[in-house]
Design a binder for this molecule. Structure first.
Ligand code: ADP
Length: 717
């Protein structure tokens, strides 16, 4: 889970929102627990003859005497009823080793004995009130009836105080609050009490609703902002990754991490801090209520926790694995999509629809397999927790039933049936948040797998850049390659081997060689799209690796074979890379590169939008736009990768004209495929398997270099 927790760092900036959300959560859980706490008083008001007051005083009387007391109606015991009281207080349990009183289980407490020895009979209501307010640590005498022997006798009790300050404070608050509530004398008087209770529940529900809204809104927006920061940081990182990263993993892998993985992560964060954050607090609040009702029985149920935790851990691990594979499959799926959709013309031309459909289906099926597994794991969690909870819950409930009907001195005698019912209710209420929490455990694992992939990207080493690197001045003397070699990370052999070459400023050099001989790799090292694995490149005597990449790239104009055109207007495409391009300069560059020629015929001229990747333009037009882009930057160095195809004869002619004009006074490196380019170059370098095997002018090389002659015959003509 470490990657998931690492992702939470991005929320640090929004800690105030999250903090308020947390406060809301605690309040919500408190209200939730409080609402459940109202169940028993509600039941007492509604159905129990002893009523709310009777119950509260009885609870405190029990505490003082350390016994369990129950109300006993005397209506069935006509003899006693007619002579004495219609209801009495029965001792239903006495705790062992208790010094507080001498009462015995089964006895009825029927009156108090005054200082003069006179007995004043008290029914259960009067008695609990009297007992709950008995002076502490002082002996008081009670009149007690033993139904077994049918005799009255007197018992001395010495009430004890509640042991903790919290319990004492609670007692004070509750008794204080109760004095405000009118004690009903008959059923009709109970109705207003019940209505007030409902009003209280309604108010609490409204407050809880508002707090829930506030919490979800604040946390949700904090997460959205944190995720946006993460996305931006990731994007920034991607922009500074070495180009080899993309050639190895493919751009879609990074894209998939951006969309799918970050989405997954944000879902996980929302689960943790949003709706479900309240669940453990709710569970804790309910647990407090349940423990208060009967701690022994509640603890018995809670034993189910550790086995459930172990089970969830196991499931979580499987979920992590499945989720990681699923995310990889999504990335593959995107890769296939990108390939086929961008190459749709080739797919159609070669009637590869069937094969592509099969390829897509296979990757899709892979994804489905992982999704099946994830669904299975997800679906098993709920029932598994329920089964575990049920077993432990049933054992505890069985025991509770025993306590209601028979009672046990270990649990303080018999259990009040209403209390039992309410305890059972809280048990169900406890189960709900626990089940929800259990279900989200595996979801976190899903998010953790996504976070891992995101941080993998973020932790990739960026392009090498010297800190506070000095600015490289505009090139005006020479470019020197000293024993330069380069090997692609995945390759076993160098793509460029030990190349040493000097190019004077203003010179144009054409690289020729078979496909794969290393021309593109060599040219890519000058703007540091690739860094030599051995050797160095000097511009005007300065090692370019020690200077700022920005100052280096700003003086290089790059026109690649697969021209990059952005989904923007023609004008914007030409001005790409300049902050505030001047309209006039853009037009001039466009004219020089013969872009003007075809743009003029378009209805929107330079404001014409070109399709994605320049889909609405021809190959020659795209390359002319790329040249105009280079012209506009006025670079000291021009790198030109001649297009092999895509360019019609007229475009080719135009491109050459531009190049001849534009390369004047600039150092120009050309990857040449055409004779004319080679003929016009000041120097031709022949490349074979990563090495420069010969340099010279065309006429010299035709004479002296057999490899060049072969190239001339096969390619250049
Ligand atoms: P050229 O431009 O002369 O056609 P390249 O410079 O593109 O040649 O390629 C030189 C060698 O490097 C070739 O053998 C090619 O297979 C290999 N190569 C090119 N790009 C990569 C890459 N991203 N990863 C591994 N090997 C590569």
């Amino acid at each position: 889970m470490k990657d998931f927790f690492r992702s939470l760092q991005y929320l640090k900036r929004y800690r105030v929102r999250i903090g308020i959300g947390m406060v809301c959560v605690v309040l919500i859980a408190g209200i939730w627990g409080g609402g459940l706490g109202l169940l028993l008083p509600g039941a007492k008001i509604l159905v129990d003859p002893e009523g709310l007051h009777g119950w509260v005083y009885r609870e405190f009387a029990q505490d003082r005497l350390n016994t369990t007391l129950v109300r006993k109606s005397m209506r069935d015991d006509r003899n006693f009823y007619e002579q004495h009281l219609n209801s009495v207080l029965e001792v239903s349990g006495v705790k062992k080793h208790d010094k507080a009183c001498d009462l015995k289980t089964g006895e009825w407490v029927v009156g108090r004995v005054g200082p003069g020895g006179q007995v004043e009979p008290l029914d259960d209501r009067q008695m609990v009130r009297y007992l709950s307010q008995l002076p502490l640590e002082q002996a008081s005498t009670l009149s007690v009836f033993d139904p077994d022997s049918g005799k009255f006798h007197q018992v001395t009790v010495q009430p004890v105080e509640k042991p903790t300050a919290l319990a004492r404070a609670e007692q004070k608050v509750v008794i204080g609050a109760l004095t405000w509530v009118h004690e009903p004398q008959n059923d009709a008087q109970r109705l207003p009490m019940f209505v007030w209770l409902l009003v209280l529940v309604a108010v609490l529900t409204l407050i809880r609703g508002f707090l829930t809204f506030l919490q979800e809104y604040l946390v949700g927006t904090a997460i959205a902002r944190g995720i946006m920061d993460l996305r931006c940081e990731n994007y920034n990182k991607v922009l500074h990754l070495p180009t080899t990263f993309f050639s190895e993993k493919g751009a879609t892998d990074a894209m998939s991490r951006f969309l799918q993985d970050i989405g997954e992560l944000s879902r996980g964060q929302n689960i943790l801090l949003g709706k479900t954050l309240v669940e453990p607090f709710k569970a804790a609040a309910v647990l407090v209520v349940a423990l208060k009702l009967n701690w022994q029985l509640t603890l018995l149920t809670v034993i189910a926790g550790p086995p459930a935790f172990i089970m969830l851990r196991k499931l979580g691990k499987s979920m992590h694995r499945a989720s990681k594979r699923a995310l990889q499959s999504v990335s593959l799926l995107l890769g296939v999509l990108e390939e086929t959709l961008t190459g749709i013309r080739v797919v159609k031309a070669y009637t590869m629809e069937g094969a592509e459909r099969k390829r897509f289906f296979n990757v899709n099926r892979q994804l489905l397999k992982q999704q099946y597994k994830m669904e299975r794991l997800d679906a098993v969690v709920g029932p598994a927790i329920e089964a575990l909870g049920l077993v432990f819950g049933l054992v505890a409930t069985g025991l509770a039933g025993y306590l209601v009907f028979v009672g046990s001195p270990w649990f303080g005698g018999k259990m009040d049936p209403l209390k039992f019912l309410v305890w059972l209710g809280t048990l169900f209420a406890l189960f709900d948040p626990v089940r929800k929490l259990g279900k989200i455990g595996p979801k976190f694992q899903q998010s953790d797998a996504a976070a891992k992939r995101i941080f993998e990207l973020l932790d990739t080493t960026p392009e090498k850049q010297v800190k506070n690197a000095p600015t490289l001045g505009r090139h005006c003397q020479s470019i020197v390659l000293e024993n330069v070699s380069f090997r692609y990370p995945s390759a076993s052999d160098d793509a460029v081997k030990n190349v040493t070459l000097t190019i004077k400023a203003g010179q144009s050099i054409a690289f020729v060689g078979a496909n794969g001989s290393g021309k593109t790799t060599l040219a890519s090292m000058l703007p540091r799209l690739l860094d030599p694995t051995a050797g160095r490149i000097l511009i005007d005597g300065h090692d370019i690796s020690q200077y700022s990449i920005r100052s280096l790239r700003r003086q290089i104009g790059l026109v690649t074979q697969d021209t990059v055109i952005f989904h923007a207007t023609i004008g914007e495409n030409i001005a790409y890379g300049l902050r505030r391009p001047k309209q006039e300069a853009v037009l001039q560059a466009a004219r020089k590169a013969f872009v003007d020629e075809f743009t003029r015929t378009l209805p929107d001229g330079y404001n014409t939008m070109v399709g994605e990747h320049g889909a609405t333009l021809s190959g020659g037009q795209k390359q002319r736009i790329a040249i105009a882009r280079a012209v506009l930057r006025d670079p000291a160095i021009l790198i030109f990768d001649e297009a092999l195809s895509q360019v019609d004869g007229e475009s080719e002619q135009r491109i050459h004209q531009t190049l001849a004009e534009f390369s004047k006074g600039r150092t120009t490196l050309m990857i040449a495929h055409r004779l004319q380019t080679v003929l016009e170059a000041d120097l031709v370098a022949v490349m074979e398997q990563g090495r420069i095997t010969a340099t010279g002018r065309h006429e010299q090389l035709i004479e002296s270099c057999s490899a060049y002659r072969a190239l001339f015959q096969n390619q250049l003509q």
